[in-house]
Design a protein around this ligand. Structure first.
Ligand SMILES: [Zn+2]
Length: 306
């Protein structure tokens, strides 16, 4: 029989375990979305197999306690069947920086020294924004409406709040660098990544996004759409690079980046805005730098974009 590796845990088992606890650590009062998968019946060292009936999704802190035998099998079984999954998920993401560059569907937003910057705006108000906290650092907020228009997942100044009953899946990695929310199977509501990128990495990212934007424009032109000068200077890349270098570089020469590379933003009475890895019918390679408002989704007020 092939050896089973601890790390090789099937995606469907992980999802089953996440769903069971309502996407947050099931210990009373915890509800952190940064989940790990604990083998307790039998323990990994004894069974060396991934049996979801003897496993539970819990946060790193509670995992360490469980590994040291603080909880009995019965304690953990009770949590698996518990009512905690009805409680909302609550998690703090440690993404506070003096300045951020935001990439949203292959477009870029940045504004130096502002108290608040709206990244995505709709006629209903800000969908994604950065706000400065009391310490003078920027934190992320978003309000993501579900397709039914009734419920939402909210991040308020880096604190994520979600209702497990309304979500198909939610994954936050334990390092708090990625967050992915699904409304339904194959329908990503939002995928966010946080990274500190080097100048060179940003340059590559801009190059790739420009190429992708050009491809989309060319397709549009070939279909008899509008004409765009694809041979002009790359004003977007040079503006973004210059802005990020001047305003964002940290002590290690890296640029803090919030990257929204997938999204399905539901807007009342309109088709949703869909972003799939840098491509969206509404947003094409451009930048809104030093504007109060980044990009407008549905006729909401948007800023200047280049
Ligand atoms: Zn916990």
């Amino acid at each position: 029989m092939a050896k089973v590796h601890r790390a090789h845990l099937r995606a469907d088992i992980k999802r089953q375990l996440r769903r069971e606890v309502g996407y947050g650590c099931p210990f009373p009062g915890c509800r952190k979305p940064f989940l790990t998968y604990h083998h307790f019946d039998p323990p990994w060292g004894v069974g060396r197999r991934h049996d979801p009936n003897g496993m539970i999704a819990i946060c790193l802190e509670h995992h360490a306690q469980a590994d040291r035998g603080v909880y009995s099998i019965q304690d953990l079984r009770a949590l698996k069947q518990g009512i905690h999954s009805a409680d909302g998920v609550k998690g703090h993401f440690p993404w506070t920086k003096r300045e951020f560059l935001v990439r949203v569907g292959g477009c870029y937003v940045g504004r130096s020294g502002a108290q608040a910057t709206i990244v995505l705006n709709s006629s209903q108000g800000a969908v994604v924004q950065l706000r400065r906290n009391q310490e003078g650092l920027l934190a992320l907020s978003f309000c993501l409406a579900a397709p039914d228009g009734e419920s939402e997942v909210v991040m308020e100044d880096n604190v994520l709040l979600g209702d497990p009953a309304e979500i198909h899946d939610l994954v936050a990695d334990t390092g708090a660098t990625q967050l992915r929310i699904w409304w339904a199977k194959k329908s990503v509501g939002l995928q966010l990544k946080f990274a500190r990128v080097s100048h060179q990495e940003l340059e590559l990212m801009l190059e790739r996004d420009r190429a992708r934007g050009m491809k989309a424009w060319t397709k549009c032109r070939n279909a008899g759409g509008f004409e765009i000068d694809c041979d002009g200077d790359d004003v977007v890349s040079s503006t973004v690079l210059a802005w990020a270098t001047k305003n964002c570089l940290d002590d290690e020469g890296r640029i803090p980046l919030v990257d929204i590379d997938q999204a399905r933003v539901c807007l009342p009475g309109r088709p949703p805005l869909v972003i799939r890895d840098g491509v969206s019918p509404v947003l094409r390679f451009s930048a809104a730098i030093e504007c109060g408002v980044g990009f407008a989704l549905d006729g909401g007020v948007g800023g200047f974009s280049i």
